[in-house]
Design a protein around this ligand. Sequence first.
Ligand code: ATP
Ligand code: MG
Length: 476
Amino acid sequence: MAMSETAEMLQAILGAIDEGIHVVDADGFTIYYNHVAARLDGLTPEEVLGKPLLEVFPSLDRESSTLLRVIENGEPIYNQPQTYTNWKGMRVETINTTLPVRVGRRLVGAVEVAKDIRKLKELSERLLDLQAQVSKTKRTRRADSDGVSYHFEDIITQSDTMKQIKERARRAARTSSPVLIYGETGTGKELFVQSIHQASVRRGKPFIAQNCAALPASLLESLLFGTTKGSFTGADDRPGLFELADGGTLFLDELNSMPLDLQAKLLRVLQDGQIRRIGSGKSTQVDVRVIAAVNEPPQEVVKRGALRSDLYYRINVVSFEIPPLRCRTEDIGLLTRHFIDKYNHKFHMTVSGVTEEVAQLFRRYDWPGNVRELEHVIEAAMNMADEDFIGLEHLPQHVLERAQQERVVHVPVSLPTSSPADGEKRTLPEVLSEVEERMIAEALKETDGNILRAAKLLGIPRQTLQYKLSGRTMKQ
Ligand SMILES: Nc1ncnc2c1ncn2[C@@H]1O[C@H](COP(=O)(O)OP(=O)(O)OP(=O)(O)O)[C@@H](O)[C@H]1O
Ligand SMILES: [Mg+2]
Protein backbone atom coordinates (compact mmCIF):
# COMPACT_ATOMS: atom_id res chain seq x y z
CA MET A 1 0.00 0.00 0.00
CA ALA A 2 1.29 3.44 -0.87
CA MET A 3 2.30 5.68 1.98
CA SER A 4 -0.33 8.27 1.17
CA GLU A 5 -3.06 5.66 1.14
CA THR A 6 -2.05 4.49 4.58
CA ALA A 7 -2.11 8.05 5.76
CA GLU A 8 -5.57 8.58 4.25
CA MET A 9 -6.82 5.49 5.97
CA LEU A 10 -5.37 6.51 9.28
CA GLN A 11 -7.01 9.91 8.90
CA ALA A 12 -10.37 8.27 8.26
CA ILE A 13 -10.03 5.96 11.24
CA LEU A 14 -8.89 8.67 13.59
CA GLY A 15 -11.65 10.96 12.39
CA ALA A 16 -14.34 8.34 12.95
CA ILE A 17 -13.64 7.23 16.50
CA ASP A 18 -15.36 8.85 19.39
CA GLU A 19 -12.29 9.78 21.38
CA GLY A 20 -10.17 12.88 21.40
CA ILE A 21 -6.75 12.38 19.83
CA HIS A 22 -3.91 14.85 20.14
CA VAL A 23 -0.42 14.24 18.81
CA VAL A 24 2.59 16.51 19.36
CA ASP A 25 6.10 16.26 17.95
CA ALA A 26 9.25 16.17 20.04
CA ASP A 27 9.27 19.96 20.30
CA GLY A 28 5.73 20.13 21.62
CA PHE A 29 4.11 21.31 18.36
CA THR A 30 0.72 19.79 17.56
CA ILE A 31 0.86 17.62 14.45
CA TYR A 32 -2.52 15.87 14.75
CA TYR A 33 -5.68 16.97 16.50
CA ASN A 34 -9.06 15.44 15.70
CA HIS A 35 -12.58 16.87 15.90
CA VAL A 36 -13.47 15.16 19.14
CA ALA A 37 -10.40 16.62 20.83
CA ALA A 38 -11.33 20.01 19.39
CA ARG A 39 -14.89 19.71 20.73
CA LEU A 40 -13.65 18.76 24.17
CA ASP A 41 -11.26 21.69 24.27
CA GLY A 42 -13.79 24.13 22.81
CA LEU A 43 -11.47 24.96 19.91
CA THR A 44 -11.20 24.25 16.20
CA PRO A 45 -8.43 22.00 14.83
CA GLU A 46 -7.00 25.02 12.95
CA GLU A 47 -6.44 26.91 16.18
CA VAL A 48 -4.25 24.11 17.49
CA LEU A 49 -2.55 22.46 14.52
CA GLY A 50 1.06 23.39 13.90
CA LYS A 51 1.32 25.50 17.05
CA PRO A 52 3.29 25.00 20.24
CA LEU A 53 1.11 23.38 22.88
CA LEU A 54 1.85 25.87 25.64
CA GLU A 55 0.90 28.76 23.38
CA VAL A 56 -2.56 27.34 22.71
CA PHE A 57 -3.09 26.19 26.27
CA PRO A 58 -1.46 28.90 28.39
CA SER A 59 -2.85 27.45 31.61
CA LEU A 60 -0.61 24.41 31.19
CA ASP A 61 3.12 24.13 31.82
CA ARG A 62 5.81 21.52 31.30
CA GLU A 63 4.76 19.81 34.53
CA SER A 64 0.99 19.78 34.23
CA SER A 65 0.76 18.89 30.54
CA THR A 66 0.72 15.13 30.20
CA LEU A 67 1.85 15.31 26.56
CA LEU A 68 4.91 17.37 27.44
CA ARG A 69 5.67 15.20 30.42
CA VAL A 70 5.70 12.11 28.23
CA ILE A 71 8.03 13.82 25.77
CA GLU A 72 10.22 14.83 28.67
CA ASN A 73 10.66 11.42 30.26
CA GLY A 74 9.43 8.95 27.63
CA GLU A 75 7.16 7.13 30.12
CA PRO A 76 3.56 6.35 29.15
CA ILE A 77 0.73 7.58 31.39
CA TYR A 78 -2.34 5.36 31.49
CA ASN A 79 -5.93 6.22 32.41
CA GLN A 80 -5.30 9.58 33.95
CA PRO A 81 -8.51 11.36 34.97
CA GLN A 82 -8.54 15.03 33.95
CA THR A 83 -11.01 17.72 34.90
CA TYR A 84 -10.71 21.21 33.48
CA THR A 85 -12.69 24.13 32.15
CA ASN A 86 -12.17 24.55 28.43
CA TRP A 87 -11.97 27.65 26.23
CA LYS A 88 -15.73 27.90 26.02
CA GLY A 89 -16.13 27.71 29.78
CA MET A 90 -17.36 24.15 29.61
CA ARG A 91 -16.34 21.69 32.29
CA VAL A 92 -14.59 18.74 30.74
CA GLU A 93 -13.92 15.42 32.36
CA THR A 94 -11.87 12.88 30.53
CA ILE A 95 -9.79 9.81 31.10
CA ASN A 96 -6.55 10.15 29.19
CA THR A 97 -3.87 7.79 28.08
CA THR A 98 -0.68 9.37 26.81
CA LEU A 99 1.98 7.36 25.00
CA PRO A 100 5.44 8.22 23.69
CA VAL A 101 5.95 7.72 19.94
CA ARG A 102 9.32 6.33 18.96
CA VAL A 103 10.98 5.72 15.64
CA GLY A 104 13.67 3.21 16.42
CA ARG A 105 15.05 4.47 19.71
CA ARG A 106 14.39 8.10 18.96
CA LEU A 107 11.44 9.80 20.65
CA VAL A 108 9.60 11.72 17.95
CA GLY A 109 6.49 12.80 19.81
CA ALA A 110 3.59 11.80 22.00
CA VAL A 111 -0.02 10.85 21.42
CA GLU A 112 -2.86 11.42 23.82
CA VAL A 113 -6.22 9.66 23.65
CA ALA A 114 -8.97 11.29 25.70
CA LYS A 115 -12.22 9.54 26.57
CA ASP A 116 -15.08 11.84 27.47
CA ILE A 117 -16.70 10.50 30.64
CA ARG A 118 -19.17 13.26 31.45
CA LYS A 119 -22.19 11.34 30.17
CA LEU A 120 -21.20 8.16 31.91
CA LYS A 121 -20.50 10.07 35.08
CA GLU A 122 -23.74 11.97 34.99
CA LEU A 123 -25.65 8.77 34.50
CA SER A 124 -23.89 6.92 37.25
CA GLU A 125 -24.27 9.81 39.68
CA ARG A 126 -27.95 10.13 38.93
CA LEU A 127 -28.35 6.42 39.53
CA LEU A 128 -26.51 6.50 42.79
CA ASP A 129 -28.60 9.44 43.95
CA LEU A 130 -31.83 7.78 42.97
CA GLN A 131 -30.88 4.56 44.63
CA ALA A 132 -29.92 6.36 47.81
CA GLN A 133 -33.19 8.29 47.73
CA VAL A 134 -35.28 5.22 47.11
CA SER A 135 -33.66 3.25 49.86
CA LYS A 136 -34.09 6.18 52.23
CA THR A 137 -37.80 6.64 51.51
CA LYS A 138 -38.31 2.91 51.67
CA ARG A 139 -36.63 2.79 55.00
CA THR A 140 -38.64 5.62 56.50
CA ARG A 141 -41.86 4.32 55.09
CA ARG A 142 -41.14 0.92 56.44
CA ALA A 143 -40.39 2.37 59.84
CA ASP A 144 -43.91 3.73 60.36
CA SER A 145 -45.95 1.28 58.32
CA ASP A 146 -45.21 -2.15 57.02
CA GLY A 147 -47.52 -1.71 54.05
CA VAL A 148 -44.98 -1.62 51.23
CA SER A 149 -43.33 -4.95 51.69
CA TYR A 150 -44.29 -8.58 51.43
CA HIS A 151 -44.51 -11.09 54.25
CA PHE A 152 -44.81 -14.86 54.28
CA GLU A 153 -48.59 -14.54 54.76
CA ASP A 154 -48.74 -12.87 51.33
CA ILE A 155 -47.43 -16.00 49.65
CA ILE A 156 -50.65 -17.73 48.71
CA THR A 157 -50.40 -21.43 48.08
CA GLN A 158 -51.89 -24.79 48.84
CA SER A 159 -49.17 -26.77 47.15
CA ASP A 160 -47.23 -29.05 49.49
CA THR A 161 -43.93 -28.25 47.80
CA MET A 162 -44.52 -24.54 48.18
CA LYS A 163 -45.58 -24.94 51.79
CA GLN A 164 -42.34 -26.76 52.48
CA ILE A 165 -40.33 -24.03 50.78
CA LYS A 166 -42.15 -21.43 52.85
CA GLU A 167 -41.33 -23.32 56.01
CA ARG A 168 -37.66 -23.62 55.07
CA ALA A 169 -37.53 -19.95 54.17
CA ARG A 170 -39.03 -19.05 57.55
CA ARG A 171 -36.25 -20.96 59.22
CA ALA A 172 -33.61 -19.34 57.08
CA ALA A 173 -34.94 -15.95 58.20
CA ARG A 174 -33.37 -16.62 61.60
CA THR A 175 -29.81 -16.45 60.27
CA SER A 176 -27.77 -14.18 58.05
CA SER A 177 -26.35 -16.77 55.67
CA PRO A 178 -26.38 -16.01 51.96
CA VAL A 179 -29.40 -17.34 50.09
CA LEU A 180 -29.82 -18.33 46.46
CA ILE A 181 -33.30 -18.47 44.97
CA TYR A 182 -34.05 -20.01 41.64
CA GLY A 183 -37.35 -19.77 39.84
CA GLU A 184 -38.73 -18.87 36.43
CA THR A 185 -39.91 -15.33 35.89
CA GLY A 186 -43.00 -14.40 37.89
CA THR A 187 -42.88 -17.36 40.27
CA GLY A 188 -42.62 -15.12 43.33
CA LYS A 189 -38.88 -14.91 43.99
CA GLU A 190 -39.03 -11.32 45.19
CA LEU A 191 -41.98 -12.22 47.41
CA PHE A 192 -39.82 -14.80 49.14
CA VAL A 193 -36.81 -12.53 49.45
CA GLN A 194 -38.83 -9.73 51.05
CA SER A 195 -40.62 -12.16 53.32
CA ILE A 196 -37.29 -13.50 54.56
CA HIS A 197 -36.11 -9.97 55.28
CA GLN A 198 -39.35 -9.05 57.05
CA ALA A 199 -39.29 -12.18 59.19
CA SER A 200 -35.69 -11.60 60.23
CA VAL A 201 -34.18 -9.37 62.88
CA ARG A 202 -33.11 -7.11 60.03
CA ARG A 203 -36.70 -6.04 59.36
CA GLY A 204 -36.25 -2.51 60.71
CA LYS A 205 -33.15 -2.05 58.55
CA PRO A 206 -32.92 -1.34 54.84
CA PHE A 207 -33.97 -3.82 52.20
CA ILE A 208 -32.35 -2.95 48.90
CA ALA A 209 -32.97 -4.77 45.66
CA GLN A 210 -30.74 -4.39 42.64
CA ASN A 211 -31.16 -6.10 39.30
CA CYS A 212 -27.73 -7.06 38.02
CA ALA A 213 -28.91 -7.18 34.41
CA ALA A 214 -30.15 -3.60 34.44
CA LEU A 215 -26.81 -1.81 34.29
CA PRO A 216 -23.53 -1.85 32.41
CA ALA A 217 -20.73 -3.49 34.36
CA SER A 218 -18.83 -0.36 35.39
CA LEU A 219 -21.96 1.32 36.77
CA LEU A 220 -23.03 -1.78 38.62
CA GLU A 221 -19.67 -1.90 40.29
CA SER A 222 -19.74 1.71 41.47
CA LEU A 223 -23.35 1.31 42.51
CA LEU A 224 -22.58 -1.71 44.68
CA PHE A 225 -19.31 -0.58 46.18
CA GLY A 226 -19.50 3.20 46.07
CA THR A 227 -16.91 5.65 44.82
CA THR A 228 -14.33 8.04 46.18
CA LYS A 229 -13.38 11.47 44.98
CA GLY A 230 -11.44 11.47 41.74
CA SER A 231 -11.98 7.85 40.91
CA PHE A 232 -12.97 6.57 37.52
CA THR A 233 -16.71 7.06 37.23
CA GLY A 234 -17.77 9.16 40.18
CA ALA A 235 -15.75 12.17 41.17
CA ASP A 236 -17.67 12.39 44.41
CA ASP A 237 -17.63 10.40 47.59
CA ARG A 238 -20.63 8.11 47.59
CA PRO A 239 -21.59 5.06 49.52
CA GLY A 240 -22.48 1.97 47.53
CA LEU A 241 -25.47 -0.27 48.07
CA PHE A 242 -23.50 -2.48 50.44
CA GLU A 243 -22.99 0.46 52.75
CA LEU A 244 -26.56 1.68 52.30
CA ALA A 245 -27.88 -1.77 53.16
CA ASP A 246 -25.73 -2.05 56.28
CA GLY A 247 -27.59 -4.00 58.92
CA GLY A 248 -30.20 -5.06 56.38
CA THR A 249 -30.60 -7.20 53.29
CA LEU A 250 -29.24 -6.72 49.79
CA PHE A 251 -31.17 -8.57 47.09
CA LEU A 252 -29.13 -9.17 43.95
CA ASP A 253 -31.61 -10.14 41.27
CA GLU A 254 -30.46 -11.91 38.07
CA LEU A 255 -27.09 -12.62 39.58
CA ASN A 256 -26.18 -14.59 36.46
CA SER A 257 -25.96 -11.28 34.59
CA MET A 258 -23.26 -9.94 36.88
CA PRO A 259 -19.87 -9.76 35.13
CA LEU A 260 -17.44 -12.41 36.31
CA ASP A 261 -14.83 -10.07 37.76
CA LEU A 262 -17.52 -8.36 39.80
CA GLN A 263 -18.66 -11.78 40.98
CA ALA A 264 -15.14 -12.30 42.30
CA LYS A 265 -15.43 -9.07 44.27
CA LEU A 266 -18.81 -10.09 45.61
CA LEU A 267 -17.35 -13.38 46.76
CA ARG A 268 -14.71 -11.51 48.73
CA VAL A 269 -17.37 -9.39 50.44
CA LEU A 270 -19.31 -12.52 51.33
CA GLN A 271 -16.18 -14.02 52.81
CA ASP A 272 -14.96 -11.18 55.00
CA GLY A 273 -17.73 -8.56 55.02
CA GLN A 274 -15.23 -5.91 53.92
CA ILE A 275 -16.03 -3.50 51.16
CA ARG A 276 -13.80 -0.92 49.54
CA ARG A 277 -15.15 2.02 47.56
CA ILE A 278 -13.78 2.32 44.05
CA GLY A 279 -10.68 4.45 44.10
CA SER A 280 -10.22 4.13 47.84
CA GLY A 281 -7.57 2.23 49.74
CA LYS A 282 -9.69 1.96 52.87
CA SER A 283 -11.91 -1.00 53.69
CA THR A 284 -15.10 -0.78 55.69
CA GLN A 285 -16.83 -3.57 57.53
CA VAL A 286 -20.48 -4.03 56.59
CA ASP A 287 -23.14 -6.32 57.95
CA VAL A 288 -25.35 -7.20 55.01
CA ARG A 289 -27.32 -10.32 54.28
CA VAL A 290 -27.02 -11.09 50.60
CA ILE A 291 -29.84 -12.88 48.84
CA ALA A 292 -29.44 -13.59 45.16
CA ALA A 293 -31.86 -14.81 42.53
CA VAL A 294 -31.39 -16.50 39.18
CA ASN A 295 -34.07 -17.39 36.65
CA GLU A 296 -32.25 -20.34 35.11
CA PRO A 297 -31.22 -23.53 36.92
CA PRO A 298 -28.08 -22.50 38.87
CA GLN A 299 -26.04 -25.55 37.91
CA GLU A 300 -26.66 -24.78 34.27
CA VAL A 301 -25.62 -21.18 34.75
CA VAL A 302 -22.42 -22.39 36.36
CA LYS A 303 -21.84 -24.86 33.53
CA ARG A 304 -22.41 -22.14 30.98
CA GLY A 305 -19.76 -20.07 32.73
CA ALA A 306 -22.09 -17.20 33.62
CA LEU A 307 -21.79 -17.85 37.35
CA ARG A 308 -18.44 -18.49 39.01
CA SER A 309 -18.50 -21.83 40.74
CA ASP A 310 -16.70 -20.50 43.84
CA LEU A 311 -19.38 -17.83 44.23
CA TYR A 312 -22.07 -20.40 43.57
CA TYR A 313 -20.84 -22.61 46.41
CA ARG A 314 -20.59 -19.64 48.75
CA ILE A 315 -24.00 -18.22 47.99
CA ASN A 316 -25.80 -21.52 47.66
CA VAL A 317 -25.51 -22.16 51.42
CA VAL A 318 -29.27 -21.90 51.67
CA SER A 319 -31.14 -22.38 48.43
CA PHE A 320 -34.71 -22.52 47.21
CA GLU A 321 -36.18 -23.61 43.95
CA ILE A 322 -39.63 -22.18 43.37
CA PRO A 323 -41.66 -24.41 41.05
CA PRO A 324 -43.35 -22.85 38.01
CA LEU A 325 -47.11 -22.42 38.20
CA ARG A 326 -47.80 -25.17 35.63
CA CYS A 327 -46.21 -27.63 38.05
CA ARG A 328 -48.53 -26.68 40.89
CA THR A 329 -51.91 -26.56 39.22
CA GLU A 330 -53.55 -26.85 42.65
CA ASP A 331 -52.54 -23.21 43.20
CA ILE A 332 -54.18 -21.88 40.05
CA GLY A 333 -57.74 -21.85 41.42
CA LEU A 334 -56.65 -20.34 44.72
CA LEU A 335 -54.61 -17.61 43.07
CA THR A 336 -57.38 -16.89 40.56
CA ARG A 337 -59.75 -16.32 43.50
CA HIS A 338 -57.15 -14.16 45.21
CA PHE A 339 -56.58 -11.91 42.21
CA ILE A 340 -60.30 -11.60 41.47
CA ASP A 341 -60.82 -10.41 45.06
CA LYS A 342 -57.94 -8.00 44.70
CA TYR A 343 -59.30 -6.42 41.53
CA ASN A 344 -62.91 -6.48 42.73
CA HIS A 345 -61.68 -4.32 45.55
CA LYS A 346 -59.55 -2.12 43.37
CA PHE A 347 -62.08 -1.66 40.54
CA HIS A 348 -65.20 -1.67 42.77
CA MET A 349 -66.55 -4.70 40.96
CA THR A 350 -68.34 -7.82 42.07
CA VAL A 351 -67.07 -10.54 39.78
CA SER A 352 -67.75 -13.89 41.43
CA GLY A 353 -65.38 -16.14 39.56
CA VAL A 354 -64.44 -17.77 36.29
CA THR A 355 -66.55 -20.08 34.15
CA GLU A 356 -65.79 -23.79 34.07
CA GLU A 357 -64.23 -23.45 30.58
CA VAL A 358 -61.86 -20.77 31.83
CA ALA A 359 -60.95 -22.84 34.87
CA GLN A 360 -60.18 -25.75 32.57
CA LEU A 361 -58.13 -23.64 30.22
CA PHE A 362 -56.19 -22.21 33.16
CA ARG A 363 -55.30 -25.71 34.31
CA ARG A 364 -54.17 -26.69 30.83
CA TYR A 365 -52.32 -23.51 29.98
CA ASP A 366 -48.55 -23.56 30.61
CA TRP A 367 -48.22 -20.06 32.17
CA PRO A 368 -44.83 -19.00 30.80
CA GLY A 369 -45.07 -15.83 32.93
CA ASN A 370 -46.24 -17.81 35.98
CA VAL A 371 -48.13 -16.05 38.80
CA ARG A 372 -47.44 -12.59 37.40
CA GLU A 373 -49.03 -13.64 34.12
CA LEU A 374 -52.06 -15.08 35.92
CA GLU A 375 -52.50 -11.80 37.75
CA HIS A 376 -52.27 -9.83 34.51
CA VAL A 377 -54.71 -12.14 32.76
CA ILE A 378 -57.24 -11.67 35.56
CA GLU A 379 -56.75 -7.91 35.54
CA ALA A 380 -57.18 -7.80 31.76
CA ALA A 381 -60.26 -10.04 31.86
CA MET A 382 -61.87 -7.91 34.55
CA ASN A 383 -61.50 -4.90 32.32
CA MET A 384 -63.59 -6.74 29.75
CA ALA A 385 -66.04 -8.57 31.96
CA ASP A 386 -69.39 -7.02 32.66
CA GLU A 387 -71.06 -10.07 34.09
CA ASP A 388 -70.67 -12.17 37.14
CA PHE A 389 -68.18 -14.56 35.66
CA ILE A 390 -65.04 -14.26 33.60
CA GLY A 391 -65.61 -16.24 30.42
CA LEU A 392 -63.32 -17.30 27.59
CA GLU A 393 -64.41 -14.21 25.62
CA HIS A 394 -62.88 -11.95 28.25
CA LEU A 395 -59.43 -13.51 28.12
CA PRO A 396 -56.58 -11.85 26.24
CA GLN A 397 -56.15 -13.17 22.71
CA HIS A 398 -52.58 -14.37 23.19
CA VAL A 399 -53.61 -16.65 26.03
CA LEU A 400 -56.36 -18.23 23.95
CA GLU A 401 -54.01 -18.71 21.03
CA ARG A 402 -51.24 -20.20 23.07
CA ALA A 403 -53.63 -22.50 24.89
CA GLN A 404 -54.92 -23.61 21.50
CA GLN A 405 -51.45 -24.54 20.35
CA GLU A 406 -50.84 -26.50 23.45
CA ARG A 407 -53.71 -28.80 22.79
CA VAL A 408 -51.34 -30.95 20.76
CA VAL A 409 -49.64 -32.06 23.90
CA HIS A 410 -52.49 -32.03 26.30
CA VAL A 411 -55.20 -33.67 24.24
CA PRO A 412 -54.11 -37.24 23.84
CA VAL A 413 -53.71 -38.45 20.30
CA SER A 414 -56.25 -41.14 19.51
CA LEU A 415 -54.85 -44.58 20.06
CA PRO A 416 -53.24 -46.55 17.25
CA THR A 417 -55.29 -48.58 14.84
CA SER A 418 -54.56 -51.76 16.72
CA SER A 419 -58.19 -52.68 17.12
CA PRO A 420 -58.81 -56.42 17.45
CA ALA A 421 -60.39 -56.27 14.00
CA ASP A 422 -56.90 -56.05 12.62
CA GLY A 423 -56.50 -59.58 13.70
CA GLU A 424 -52.95 -58.76 14.45
CA LYS A 425 -51.59 -58.59 18.02
CA ARG A 426 -48.96 -55.97 18.77
CA THR A 427 -46.50 -55.64 21.55
CA LEU A 428 -46.48 -52.70 23.94
CA PRO A 429 -43.29 -51.23 22.45
CA GLU A 430 -44.82 -51.35 18.98
CA VAL A 431 -47.94 -49.50 20.12
CA LEU A 432 -45.93 -46.94 22.05
CA SER A 433 -43.67 -46.35 19.12
CA GLU A 434 -46.66 -45.77 16.87
CA VAL A 435 -48.19 -43.27 19.31
CA GLU A 436 -44.87 -41.52 19.54
CA GLU A 437 -44.53 -41.34 15.79
CA ARG A 438 -47.98 -39.87 15.41
CA MET A 439 -47.53 -37.30 18.11
CA ILE A 440 -44.23 -36.22 16.62
CA ALA A 441 -45.76 -35.98 13.16
CA GLU A 442 -48.65 -33.94 14.51
CA ALA A 443 -46.38 -31.62 16.45
CA LEU A 444 -44.18 -31.07 13.39
CA LYS A 445 -47.23 -30.36 11.28
CA GLU A 446 -48.51 -27.90 13.84
CA THR A 447 -45.20 -26.05 13.94
CA ASP A 448 -44.44 -26.21 10.23
CA GLY A 449 -41.50 -28.48 10.86
CA ASN A 450 -39.88 -26.28 13.48
CA ILE A 451 -38.08 -28.81 15.65
CA LEU A 452 -37.52 -26.55 18.62
CA ARG A 453 -41.18 -25.58 18.88
CA ALA A 454 -42.35 -29.08 18.17
CA ALA A 455 -40.16 -30.38 21.00
CA LYS A 456 -41.69 -27.79 23.28
CA LEU A 457 -45.19 -28.87 22.34
CA LEU A 458 -44.27 -32.47 22.99
CA GLY A 459 -42.69 -31.57 26.29
CA ILE A 460 -39.32 -33.13 25.45
CA PRO A 461 -35.86 -31.60 24.94
CA ARG A 462 -34.97 -30.60 21.39
CA GLN A 463 -32.03 -33.01 21.37
CA THR A 464 -34.34 -35.89 22.24
CA LEU A 465 -36.66 -35.03 19.38
CA GLN A 466 -33.74 -34.66 17.00
CA TYR A 467 -32.41 -38.01 18.12
CA LYS A 468 -35.78 -39.66 17.63
CA LEU A 469 -36.12 -38.13 14.19
CA SER A 470 -32.68 -39.26 13.07
CA GLY A 471 -33.40 -42.77 14.38
CA ARG A 472 -36.59 -42.76 12.39
CA THR A 473 -34.97 -41.84 9.09
CA MET A 474 -32.35 -44.50 9.66
CA LYS A 475 -35.04 -47.10 10.14
CA GLN A 476 -36.72 -46.22 6.89
N1 ATP B 1 -47.70 -17.25 45.79
C1 ATP B 1 -48.09 -16.01 45.47
N2 ATP B 1 -49.14 -15.44 46.08
C2 ATP B 1 -49.53 -14.20 45.75
N3 ATP B 1 -48.97 -13.44 44.83
C3 ATP B 1 -47.91 -13.95 44.18
C4 ATP B 1 -47.41 -15.26 44.47
N4 ATP B 1 -46.36 -15.49 43.69
C5 ATP B 1 -46.19 -14.38 42.94
N5 ATP B 1 -47.11 -13.46 43.23
C6 ATP B 1 -47.26 -12.14 42.60
O1 ATP B 1 -46.77 -12.27 41.27
C7 ATP B 1 -45.98 -11.17 40.90
C8 ATP B 1 -44.58 -11.63 40.56
O2 ATP B 1 -43.88 -12.05 41.69
P1 ATP B 1 -42.36 -11.70 41.92
O3 ATP B 1 -42.07 -10.31 41.50
O4 ATP B 1 -41.99 -12.08 43.30
O5 ATP B 1 -41.72 -12.71 40.86
P2 ATP B 1 -40.21 -12.95 40.48
O6 ATP B 1 -39.98 -14.42 40.60
O7 ATP B 1 -39.33 -12.06 41.26
O8 ATP B 1 -40.22 -12.59 38.94
P3 ATP B 1 -39.00 -12.02 38.02
O9 ATP B 1 -38.05 -13.15 37.82
O10 ATP B 1 -39.71 -11.69 36.75
O11 ATP B 1 -38.43 -10.86 38.73
C9 ATP B 1 -46.02 -10.21 42.08
O12 ATP B 1 -47.00 -9.25 41.85
C10 ATP B 1 -46.37 -11.10 43.24
O13 ATP B 1 -47.08 -10.38 44.21
MG1 MG C 1 -38.13 -10.43 40.62
